[in-house]
Design a protein around this ligand. Sequence first.
Ligand SMILES: C[S@@+](CC[C@H](N)C(=O)[O-])C[C@H]1O[C@@H](n2cnc3c(N)ncnc32)[C@H](O)[C@@H]1O
Length: 103
Amino acid sequence: MIGNAPYSPYTDVPGWLETDEEDTLIEYAKTVPEGGVIVNVGVEFGRSMAAFVKYAPTATVYGIEINPLDAYSANLTEAANCRQFERQGDARSTEEETAQQSY
Ligand SMILES: C[S@@+](CC[C@H](N)C(=O)[O-])C[C@H]1O[C@@H](n2cnc3c(N)ncnc32)[C@H](O)[C@@H]1O
């Protein structure tokens, strides 16, 4: 996985989402009806996205990110729970992004 943030105990995807916040997202994900849709605004490394994919197993999960990075899709592809992944739009390379990150 790529990302200099704590890793999820549920999906192993890194992110700044706190684990108690992730617990709340997981509870919401479990309430999504069969074949439902989730829109995750602000994907970053993919931690919340991976939780939605894992705990809403029949949902279509859309992720929207204003500053997309190759790492996002690499993490989601690598996450064992990622059923099927398709990326649309442009992304900066991980090298470009790493060079610009200040944290
Ligand atoms: C705190 S991070 C998201 C954390 C992520 N959900 C996780 O679970 O680790 C916030 C993200 O939202 C993105 N963002 C901020 N404003 C946005 C917008 N208007 N549309 C889409 N993404 C946005 C930022 O680029 C950043 O990657």
